[in-house]
Ligand binder design. Structure first.
Ligand code: DP6
Length: 340
């Protein structure tokens, strides 16, 4: 067999992203279409690297795809989500081969640090290339969205806007780049306030919110104006403008989820303490703003030059376990392609 007919093994990496205008609710759960647009920042040095190869010998001993996470057989729920995603790729590429997928995360999986965003962005790129497809960035973003809504944004670097789209096939529900990572020197300081995975996953929590929260319609109504304001602030590199929108948008998302039945409460005592630290810093004159995802950690946006002040203030907040200082990063990229 010539080297050119060997299956293509593709390794891709993607950084996680943190939404500053949140996606919380779906207009179509089957195609995973978001109910509203969203806006995020893709981060450097916190993400996923995934190697994919479709070949007859990639089949697991027990049948199906061979999937590993950080060097060990992947947990069943993770493996099932990856398998469903690979089926989409196989369908589009018209191939029937099993796949070997090896994922390494530099994000604690499901700890509320958006590992699914980086994971499905890297998987969409590696799997589509390994299956012989060369998708354009918007197509790749729409594919990643079917793995996880937030993953559609990690295809691009820096500040990114995701469109809700209008088409029923979801082809226009994809992200686009707003401002490259190198254009604006901001930092996101993450205050980790608990160990372990979140109590309720975002897909399930969104569904419960949409079904039972009387504030869900108010949330849907408020997001478009947050998007307009956040987009304008990003383009003008107006930190205070962007930060104010991000903070109110995050609190509204949580208020809406807290009003679900049963209530969805992601915060703990340290979450509130970290929010107070941010308000205290702001009163003292430092432009700093928080956002919070489907977990108890607090993510704080500030100018790069202020991170040396913000980080110790958060680290010494009661209940904060550790902090991470993260810079804007690039979009998903192929790191290796080999025939084997
Ligand atoms: C709070 O993208 O994890 O982080 O599409 O169901 O996989 P699925 O949801 P997911 O939800 C992200 C929720 C969020 C806000 C955001 O990232 O926009």
């Amino acid at each position: 067999m010539s080297i050119y007919s060997l299956p293509l093994s593709v390794t891709a990496r993607a950084g996680t992203n943190i939404a500053l205008v949140k996606y919380w609710g779906k207009r179509d759960p089957t195609l995973n279409l978001p109910a509203t647009g969203s806006l995020s920042l893709t981060l450097a040095n916190l993400g996923s690297e995934t190697r994919v190869r479709f070949a007859p010998d990639a089949e697991a001993a027990e049948g199906g795809d061979r999937i590993t996470l950080d060097g060990a057989p992947a947990p069943p729920r993770f493996a099932e989500r990856v398998r469903r995603f690979l089926d989409l790729v196989r369908q589009e590429a018209r191939i029937g081969l099993p796949a070997e997928v090896a994922t390494r995360n530099s994000v604690p999986t499901a700890a509320g640090l958006a590992s699914s965003a980086a994971g499905f962005a890297a998987l969409a790129l590696a799997a589509s290339r390994a299956a012989g497809m060369k998708l354009l960035p918007p197509e790749l973003s729409a594919l990643a969205r079917q793995g996880s809504g937030s993953a559609a944004r990690s295809i691009f670097g820096g500040f990114v806007e995701m469109a809700a789209g209008e088409r029923s096939d979801g082809s226009d529900a994809c992200a686009q780049a707003l401002l490259p990572a190198s254009a604006w020197n901001v930092r996101l300081v993450v205050a980790i306030t608990a160990e372990g995975s979140k109590a309720i996953g975002s897909s399930e929590a969104m569904e419960l919110t949409a079904k039972t929260s009387p504030y869900y319609s108010g949330w849907l109504q408020a997001v478009p104006q947050d998007l307009v304001a956040a987009r304008a602030a990003v383009l003008a590199q107006d930190l205070a403008g962007l930060g104010r929108v991000a903070e109110r948008n995050a609190v509204r998302m949580h208020a809406c989820a807290m009003a679900a039945d049963p209530p969805i409460v992601y915060w703990n005592g340290a979450t509130l303490a970290a929010m107070e630290t941010v308000w205290r810093l702001r009163t003292a004159g430092t432009e700093t703003f928080f956002t919070i995802d489907a977990g108890p950690h607090v993510k704080v946006l500030c100018a790069a030059s202020d991170a040396t002040l913000v980080e110790p203030a958060l680290a010494s907040t009661p209940g904060v376990l550790r902090t991470l200082v993260l810079a804007p990063g690039p979009g998903a990229e192929v790191v290796r392609e080999e025939r084997r």
